[in-house]
Design a protein around this ligand. Structure first.
Ligand code: TYM
Length: 330
């Protein structure tokens, strides 16, 4: 089992990232060889502030370590430090088809009405993502629901490359999406939108850096409805905000939604919200404290990332070499 996944170093780490991906990465460190990276090349597809990007890479690396990614057990690095990612992405641009990329919902969402003014990189972004996982022969790619389509594309690219060049070079990666709400944590302000770092409202998401006070306030103000909680999960249908909050509780406590509802059935959000805030604070406060400690030693973060990059390069170089050979570049 080879586990590979990445996160963009834009904005801070939020609850959607934590439940959908990072805490699942942490659990997988015992199951197989893991490579986790900061997708800083992907961050170039939207507007770039160089100083901000430099700072964000360190901050996100520290946030991952604070959340439990262990550089002694997993290979942690920044994507741009391993040039094989960009080189393989270029080779795979010859394999990926325009029509496949045009179907990507994330490009449609991110480019919006301004498709003509979007960067070319935003369009070909999933090809780089395919290179990220194919370089390391990933078998499992733990991600949130929103990345599933990109990984299905990575499978299509791998399959076509293997067929076109009569090779078995690339392993078909399996998108590994968690269950329940963890797969898609929704905004606290709108149960139909995913929790996202690009949402202009800070109140829509819980950040790893939020104080206990702020967490409690965001949950107090989270949108809900006036009905009491039901005993049966099926009765949460049509109540997107209620379902999301109950799902978050279930994911944090690692127990089924049924168990959460058994405890709160018949009660309103006046009772449920304080319990949820407490559970969130219990999860986040220790991670936030570790993050604050790690921030005081940026040289150590740089060192960890450099060691990780060295190890990643050793795995990536032979794959790139084989890909060059397969297409006739060697
Ligand atoms: P990114 O940086 O947007 O998000 C990092 C991880 O967090 C998950 N996630 C969520 N999960 C549940 N609910 C949410 N509201 C939520 N928001 C984010 C994402 O699914 C992701 O797993 N393209 C990727 C980064 C990437 C990558 C890769 C991932 C680059 N190369 C190779 C896997 C493999 C991205 O922008 O994730």
């Amino acid at each position: 089992m080879r586990v590979v996944s990445g996160i963009q170093p834009t904005g801070g780490l939020h609850l959607g990232n934590l439940l959908g991906a990072i805490l699942r990465w942490v659990r997988m460190q015992d199951d197989g060889e893991c490579l986790f990276f900061l997708a800083d090349l992907h961050a170039l597809t939207v507007e770039v502030d160089p100083e901000q990007l430099r700072a964000n890479v360190r901050e996100m690396a520290a946030a991952l370590i604070a959340s439990g990614v262990d550089p002694a057990r997993a290979i942690l690095f920044r994507q741009s430090a391993v040039r094989e990612h960009a080189e393989l992405a270029w080779v795979l641009q010859g394999t990926a088809r325009m029509g496949w990329l045009e179907r990507m919902t994330q490009f449609k969402e991110k480019s919006g009405k301004n498709k003509e003014r979007s960067s070319v990189g935003l369009f070909t972004y999933p090809v780089l993502q395919a290179a990220d996982v194919l370089l390391y022969h990933a078998t499992h790619v733990p991600v949130g629901e929103d990345q599933k389509q990109h990984l299905e594309l990575a499978r299509d690219i791998a399959l076509k490359f293997n067929n076109d060049f009569d090779t078995e070079l690339f392993t078909l990666p399996e998108p590994f999406v968690g269950g329940g709400t963890a797969a898609r944590v929704m905004s606290l302000r709108d149960g139909s939108a995913k929790m996202s770092k690009s949402d202009p409202s800070e109140m829509s998401r819980i950040q790893l850096t939020d104080s206990d006070e702020t967490i409690a306030q965001k949950i107090r103000k989270a949108r809900t409805d006036p009905a009491p909680l039901p005993a049966d999960p099926s009765e949460l249908a049509g109540r997107a905000e209620a379902r999301n909050l109950v799902g978050i509780m279930a994911a944090i406590q690692d127990r089924p939604v049924e168990a959460v509802l058994a405890e709160f059935a018949g009660q309103g959000f006046g009772a449920f919200k304080p319990a949820l805030a407490d559970a969130l604070i219990a999860l986040i406060a220790p991670l936030r404290a570790r993050l604050e400690q790690l921030r005081s030693d940026p040289a150590e973060i740089d060192r960890i990332l450099e060691v990780g990059a060295e190890r990643a390069r050793a795995l990536a170089a032979p794959t790139l070499d084989s890909a060059y050979r397969a297409v006739g570049l060697r």
